[in-house]
Design a protein around this ligand. Sequence first.
Ligand code: GUN
Length: 284
Amino acid sequence: MDKIIPKQVQCDGHASIIDGKALAGKIRAELKAAGHKANLAVVIVGDDEASHVYVRAKIRAADEVGLGTKLFELDKKTAEVELVKLIEKLNKDKSVDGILVQLPLPKQINERKVLALIDSRKDVDGFTAKNAGQLFLGEEGLFPCTPCGVIEMLESVGETFKGRHAVVVGRSNIVGKPMAMMLLNKGCTVTITHSKTVDLTMHTKMADILVVAVGKRNLITASMVKPGATVIDVGINRYEGKLCGDVDFDAVRDIAAYITPVPGGVGPMTIAMVLKNLTKTIKV
Ligand code: GUN
């Protein structure tokens, strides 16, 4: 694949902005041009507004590149057994190549139990133990979309990974843990930090690559960043009616070499990676 160079906005003394929206657009255009044919079943339970926004964006993106979708919208009171039956049906359905269960699920449903049922070959989110194990072992598989998108963003600006110190802030199963494993597999020295970390700044200050996935506005300030670092902001927070990430963008862009914006950074890349994983299901 040709190297994708995203639009970078270089301002005086400022970091270059890694434009996730533009990079995701190029990836979608490549997927469309390749003419893949695959169908994604999208399952959403309940009426969480943010989840519905994400699901609509995923379906729109699939439509745009010529991939099929089937949407299953279930009531917030749906019993676990009903969802289990649906997953089992979708596993058997030969016309379904990928299954995506939007999280979070309502409290009466055991999230891990439901995700574990998904056929690992259809697991476009990379949430099953089989795919997580393959990532852990450094084998091929379907891996979580947000960290996959972050890796593509880093590659797009010529990141070399080997010997670089990557610091991941956050240890979720969806982002932090798989992110750390991908960076490790690429030859980075990796530190994982989280809510119990005692001196966060001591760690973030050492990062050549800093990936922040916590969900706390202004968690990362300029004094916590090493000059010349690459800062990837996975956070999505709402403040005074606007979206913002976990990084104090205006201050940190004076210190970092590369930085991702929110919105228009990691978010669109996550969606592009869902589609890329869907095209991979036809081969696994
Ligand atoms: N909820 C928040 N992020 C994600 C994601 O990447 N996949 C799914 N299925 N649900 C989510």
